[in-house]
Design a binder for this molecule. Structure first.
Ligand SMILES: N[C@@H](CCC(=O)N[C@@H](CS)C(=O)NCC(=O)O)C(=O)O
Length: 220
């Protein structure tokens, strides 16, 4: 894995006062917020594939967004977005696949049809998963979040050729890990609850990608 242990100096996040970087000058840019879990999916993909020198990070301060971002770059006004080949593309899950298909580096999409199919199924669940976790915070969080974490524990048992959701590391792990890492921290800090307790596969899974990738967004 190309990126373990590499610490990148992150460019400062641009604010409403910041001039717009050149657009469509041939540079590939990932417009991002370093703390956004959706954007982190694409950031992980970029780094896993070893594309740090090919894709420039442009940090955006979401609390004090530059007007040019919505007006000139990405009308949806969200991060992440990717500037590539004269176009701006969005949506984190689409961008993982786009980077995988259009750039060099190890692939994140398995070729085994059984893994491909199961991957699509687990990806189709990710929005429900994150919604359920956010909703749980409004009630008895530990109890209400339990089925979501059980879902992952169960999914992790499907392939046994590695600790990841499809056995081998894939885009499915990338889709989940920024959210799981966050909720694990919130549950530990706020509710004094370890979400990996009684979930050995989840514990092993969090440890591996966690060690590999958490450094990406804990540097600033
Ligand atoms: N479905 C989008 C969601 C992206 C998203 O909601 N990003 C948040 C930051 S974490 C954002 O840009 N929010 C700004 C806004 O909604 O105005 C994706 O997967 O890329």
């Amino acid at each position: 894995m190309a990126t373990a242990g590499v610490q990148e100096v992150l460019p400062p996040s641009l604010t409403s006062n910041s001039p717009q970087p050149p657009l469509f000058d041939g540079t590939t840019r990932l417009y991002t917020s370093y703390i956004c879990p959706f954007a982190q999916r694409v950031w992980i993909t970029r780094n896993y594939k070893g594309l740090q020198d090919k894709i420039e990070l442009v940090g955006i301060d979401l609390q004090n967004r530059p007007a040019w971002y919505k007006e000139k770059v990405y009308p949806e006004n969200k991060v992440p977005s990717l500037e590539h080949n004269g176009k701006i593309l969005g949506e984190s899950l689409d961008l993982i696949k786009y980077l995988d298909a259009n750039f060099e580096g190890p692939s994140l999409i398995p070729t085994d049809p059984a893994k491909e199919e199961y991957g699509e199924q687990v990806i189709a669940h990710v929005d429900t998963f994150t919604k359920d976790l956010f909703t749980s915070l409004k009630g008895d969080a530990v109890q209400q979040a339990s089925p979501a974490f059980d879902y992952l524990e169960n999914a992790l048992g499907k392939f046994d050729d590695g600790p990841f959701l499809l056995g081998q590391f894939s885009w499915v792990d990338v889709a989940y890990i920024p959210f799981v890492e966050r909720f694990q921290t919130v549950f530990a800090d706020v509710f004094k609850h370890d979400v990996t307790e009684g979930r050995p596969k989840l514990a092993a899974w969090i440890e591996v990608p966690g060690n590999l990738f958490l450094g990406l967004w804990k540097l600033h």
